[in-house]
Design a protein around this ligand. Structure first.
Ligand code: C5P
Length: 314
């Protein structure tokens, strides 16, 4: 059974607009292997979906159009290069439907921030058009289309807290207590291009100046089965952090400001430049965000919580 829509509805086209909410992701653990022949890196990662969300609305149309408002408007191309448009075309090809929809994106997740915003929007487009067209794919079938679009897209279809392997596209849920974790995202001015950050890690490793790679995430997976953020704090890690810091040295000051403000832990999110801080509870996260806005050297800081469900009809 599929949680996001009653079974008997999934193969009927929607009668009105379909609105989908999709979360941003952080990586609680991101272990990066050597570069592969196809240019990707093998990963072991623990994804975690957090409550900073984009919203995609799909309406019936004779063509495929995309408009947007909010974060990144004017900086994000809305043509065929946009991952939302590519997702709709991939779903249309997979299901034999014409790629027709009028899409509107309300964006809060910043661009090129290490939060997988573009991947989130692609996941939202798959869920939205599946419902709009009544193609009734299972979440696993949608995950298969998602994997063609980008390494993080399958996770954003599934959400929660999940182990990612392969280049990140092989996703399996992790056993965790039903606990809410509280975080602060410190969003930097300007983005970082993901391929540059992976290449910078390859360079640091070739020069022998990269930190030792992360071991298997056993301690993290153990901490997720407890409820103590102090235990979780000691188990977070990201191999891309040194690379992001080499490209953006100012992030070190943001990380230091979070620690000085009392964060239980701080690390770079994914390929950065967003920094993420673990808080003890919601009030602690709100206080940390206020402090980071004042002296964290970031564009803004926002308290979030996780895990959140993946892309789903609002
Ligand atoms: O899969 P996605 O298109 O999101 O990846 C963007 C870029 O990030 C890739 O082209 C590659 O340079 C880098 N990447 C990588 N190894 C991964 C995931 C991404 O090198 N596992």
């Amino acid at each position: 059974t599929e949680a996001w829509r009653p079974d008997d509805d999934r193969t009927r086209p929607a009668s009105g607009p379909v609105r989908v909410r999709v979360p941003a992701k952080i990586n609680l653990h991101l272990a990066v292997g050597p570069a592969r022949a196809d240019g990707y890196h093998d990963l072991t990662t623990v994804y975690h979906a957090v409550s900073l969300c984009d919203e995609l609305t799909a309406r019936p149309g004779d063509t495929l159009t995309l408009t947007m408002a909010g974060e990144g408007t004017g900086q994000l191309a809305l043509d065929d290069s946009n991952l939302i448009i590519r997702a709709v075309r991939a779903l249309a090809a997979h299901t034999g439907r014409p790629a027709q929809a009028r899409l509107h994106l309300r964006k809060q997740i910043p661009l090129a921030a290490g939060l997988a915003g573009g991947s989130a929007d692609a996941a939202a487009a798959l869920i939205a058009c599946d419902a709009l067209w009544g193609t009734g794919l299972t979440r696993d079938q949608l995950g298969g289309v998602a994997a063609q679009l980008g390494s993080d897209v399958p996770f954003l279809v599934h959400g929660g807290t999940a182990l990612g392997t392969g280049r990140g596209e092989v996703v399996s849920p992790v056993l965790a207590r039903p606990t809410t974790w509280h975080w602060v995202l410190a969003v930097a001015d300007g983005g970082l291009a993901t391929p540059r950050v992976y290449a910078a890690l390859d360079d640091l490793r070739a020069a022998g100046t990269a930190p030792a790679p992360l071991a298997a995430p056993d301690d993290l997976l153990g901490a997720l089965r407890q409820r103590d953020p102090r235990v979780l704090a000691g188990t977070l890690g990201n191999d891309l952090e040194a690379a992001a810091l080499s490209l953006r040295p100012a992030l070190a000051a943001t990380l230091a400001a979070g620690t000085a403000a009392g964060a239980l832990a701080g690390l770079v999110s994914g390929s950065g430049p967003t920094c993420v801080f673990l808080a003890g509870d919601a009030a602690h996260a709100a206080a940390l965000a206020t402090r980071l806005e004042a002296d964290g050297g970031c564009r803004y800081a926002v308290p979030v919580h996780g895990p959140m469900p993946g892309a789903r009809i609002a």
